[in-house]
Design a protein around this ligand. Structure first.
Ligand SMILES: Nc1ncnc2c1ncn2[C@@H]1O[C@H](COP(=O)(O)OP(=O)(O)O)[C@@H](O)[C@H]1O
Ligand SMILES: O=C(O)C1=C[C@@H](OP(=O)(O)O)[C@@H](O)[C@H](O)C1
Ligand SMILES: [Mg+2]
Length: 184
C-alpha cells in the first residue's frame, strides 16, 4: 500500500433512490468521509448544458433529458475515486442500471412518501415530475412503480428521521460488509 492509498470499501460508489431520498446531500458527505471525489449527475448535466433541470424538461422534454443522463453516465463510468449521486430516474433505465451495477457498489436510499413530500416541498419547482395536483399521490404511485428497480441496488439504507451523519455511517458500514462478502 502506498502512502496515498487509504483503506476504503470501494472507489466508485453510486447512489440511487427516489427524489428527496437524500442522494445529493448524502453523496457529498459520503465522499467527504471516504476522501473520494463527488459528482451529482443533475448538476453535471446542468453545467454541461447551461440549463436547469426544470428548463431541460420544459424546453427539450423528458426523453431528451434521459438521453443526456445516459451520455453523462457513460462518461463518468470511466472515472476513479468517485461518489456519483444519480437522479431518481437514472437507475430506471436498464442500460444505466446494468453498467452502474457492474462498475461498483450501488447504494439505494429510502424514505417514506411523507418524508419525500416534506423534503421536496422545500424547493418547489425543482422537480418537474412532482408538479401538478396532489404531489403525495404522485409520489406514492411513482415510488411504488420504481421500488422493484431500486431494490436491485447492492446496499440499502433508510433515511427517514435520521441525521445525515448517521446515514453516512450506516452506508460506510454496509459498504465494508459488501466489500468483504464480494472480495475476489
Ligand atoms: N437525512 C436527512 N434528514 C433531513 N433532511 C435531509 C436528509 N437528507 C437530505 N435531506 C434534505 O432533503 C432535501 C432533498 O435532499 P436531496 O439530497 O436533494 O435528495 P435527492 O438528491 O435524493 O433528490 C434537501 O433539502 C436535503 O438537505
Ligand atoms: O426521479 C426522477 O426521474 C428525477 C429526479 C431528479 O433528481 P433527484 O432524485 O436528485 O431529485 C432529476 O433527475 C429529475 O427531476 C428527474
Ligand atoms: Mg439529487
Amino acid at each position: 500500500m502506498t502512502r496515498l492509498e487509504i483503506p476504503r470499501p470501494a472507489t466508485f460508489i453510486s447512489l440511487t433512490g427516489f427524489m428527496g431520498a437524500g442522494k445529493s446531500r448524502i453523496g457529498r458527505e459520503l465522499a467527504r468521509t471516504l476522501m473520494l471525489h463527488f459528482i451529482d449527475l443533475d448538476r453535471y448535466i446542468e453545467r454541461r448544458t447551461g440549463l436547469s433541470i426544470p428548463d431541460i424538461f420544459r424546453h427539450l422534454g423528458e426523453e431528451a433529458f434521459r438521453q443526456m443522463e445516459r451520455e453523462a453516465v457513460q462518461e463518468l463510468l470511466g472515472k476513479e475515486y468517485l461518489v456519483l449521486s444519480l437522479g431518481g430516474g437514472t437507475f430506471v433505465d436498464p442500460e444505466n442500471r446494468r453498467k452502474l451495477l457492474a462498475r461498483g457498489p450501488v447504494v439505494a436510499l429510502w424514505a417514506s412518501p411523507e418524508t419525500i413530500l416534506e423534503r421536496t416541498l422545500r424547493k418547489p419547482g425543482e422537480r418537474p415530475l412532482l408538479q401538478g395536483e396532489n404531489p403525495l399521490e404522485r409520489i406514492r404511485t411513482l415510488l411504488e412503480a420504481r421500488t422493484p428497480i431500486y431494490r436491485e441496488a447492492h446496499v440499502h439504507v433508510s433515511t427517514d428521521n435520521r441525521k445525515v451523519e448517521e446515514v453516512v455511517e450506516e452506508i460506510v458500514e454496509k459498504l465494508w460488509s459488501y466489500a468483504k462478502a464480494h472480495r475476489p
